[in-house]
Design a protein around this ligand. Structure first.
Ligand SMILES: [Zn+2]
Length: 209
């Protein structure tokens, strides 16, 4: 008779107690027997839900980047621009480091994050594992703090409030798309069950090995 495999252990984030990982169904959560904090939870949403949210993010991302962010009228001089024109303006003014930072946190990091999650999740949906999916999913988790779209949005709102006496401002389609993108990306993050994805990636590897 083969020896039973030892249960997978999970450490409590608050008190470091090691407990065996229970088998949970969707929507259930396990609590630490010592301090009661949540050890692990199985989110109730399906993979389809996360994929749909990620696809919505991608559409909003495109809308936010191809449309006008805002139109400014300062004493008869009308200026309008997209997100990328703001970045190239910063670069032209000599703030190249700031331009690079804005490019990373508002365009590159969100785009790579959305594409990475679709790359990992869509094949899982069909019981497949995309080449390099484990590395891509790790990249997705690393990029998490870099996609700071909400900070950029806050910057735009502060600038709008400051400029409102000097110029007449008109918000463009991109501004609304960008605001919606922030919400949908947050919803994607919260619907995603990292543990489940890792587990599925592991099983799929075992099957193909
Ligand atoms: Zn604990």
């Amino acid at each position: 008779m083969p020896a039973p495999t030892p249960p997978e252990l999970v450490a409590c984030h608050d008190c470091d107690l090691l407990s065996p990982l229970p088998h949970l169904s969707e929507g259930e959560r396990a609590r630490c027997p010592r301090c009661g904090s949540v050890l692990f939870e199985r989110k109730g949403h399906s993979l389809d839900y996360s994929i749909a949210l990620a696809l919505t993010s991608l559409i909003l991302f495109v809308l936010a980047n191809v449309n006008t962010l805002m139109r400014m009228n300062i004493g008869g001089r009308v200026q309008s621009g997209a997100i990328i024109s703001g970045i190239s303006e910063l670069y032209a003014q000599g703030f190249w480091m700031l331009a690079a930072l804005v490019l990373v946190v508002t365009i590159l990091a969100p785009l790579v994050k959305i594409l990475a999650i679709l790359y990992v999740l869509a094949p899982i949906r069909f019981h497949l594992r995309a080449p390099g999916a484990i590395r891509v999913f790790r990249l997705f988790e690393t990029l998490h703090p870099w996609a700071m779209t909400e900070v950029y949005m806050l910057g735009i709102l502060v600038a709008m409030v400051k400029l409102k006496d000097l110029a007449s401002l008109e918000a463009g389609v991109a501004l609304y798309s960008f605001a919606a993108l922030i919400l949908v990306m947050a919803a994607t993050d919260s619907s995603l069950d990292d543990h489940e994805i890792w587990e599925r990636l592991g099983h799929l590897r075992d099957k193909t090995a």
